[in-house]
Design a protein around this ligand. Sequence first.
Ligand code: PBG
Length: 338
Amino acid sequence: MTDKTNPVDLITGHRRMRRNRKADWTRRMVQENRLTADDLIWPIFVVPGSGIVVPIEAMPGVNRMSIDKAVEAAKEAADLGIPALATFPNIEMRLRDETGSNSLAANNLINETTRAIKKAVPNIGVITDVALDPFTSHGHDGILRNGEIVNDETVAQIARAAVVQAEAGADIIAPSDMMDGRVGAIRRALDAAGHQNVGIMSYATKFASAFYGPYREAIGTGGLLKGDKKTYYIDPANGTEAMRDAALDVEEGADMLMVKPGLPYLDICWRMKESFGLPVFAYQVSGEYTMIKAAAANGWIDGERVMLETLLAFKRAGCDGILSYFAMDVARILAKRP
Ligand code: PBG
């Protein structure tokens, strides 16, 4: 028999990576990560009124919905197997003020949304943000005093707001404001009010990012925001600082951690998962969504494939789930797969 050894066999010592890639069935067999509907958290935008579904210009395919429509959407999401929603309110301008006082109102838009969703669709989780930005007249996540976002006064207020949100039925409180000590303060306030079962998903590492632009249009804070958020969000240059910030949240009692934005910060996702072993989530934010939509609308990329690839990349980076505006699109695609 003639020796059919090839030069490449000698180079690789007879190892060939392509053997496992040769057919669809081998590729399926060795696939390490898989995206399922269980991995998806769907962020939605809520407006006052009823029967309202208005498109958000900077986020093609995403709408602001009144509570009744949000309830319908929640039903659809639950039917597709999406475990949870993250709700963001577009508060009427007349209700916004210096301190974001409407955040404490038991019947404000976010709490009424929670109540309506939990009543009609009890099997979907509701995750609420306690940051003050939807409620402040200046668009900041905290209370503004003499040009400063004051930490401790803000923490006291968001801890109270968290209790009000829990009372409305929120399952998980997600503080995105990056004030020091907020996770511990929220945990204590929740427990003192008897909400031991309400969890905290910390926006542990939230970066001062340009990717939030379209979101600010969606909740009407873009035009209001004075200055930037660099005194409380993390500098995109800093990974070690992000880890230290997350470590404090873990000590203060966070149940889950989140990295935001997502795709440009996969290194942080990986480091957090490796270091803490807590469930780690990534928020694929508005700007990430919009970039994919815009390029796809121009025919420059295959939007569906890029969407699925980005979400799978989060899984590979160690994420247990992803907050994504693509959640419904993806869940529909996954539901059709055998
Ligand atoms: C603020 C908040 C932001 C987002 C959600 N809550 C960032 C900001 O406006 O500074 C961004 C979400 C997105 O871009 O999709 N607490």
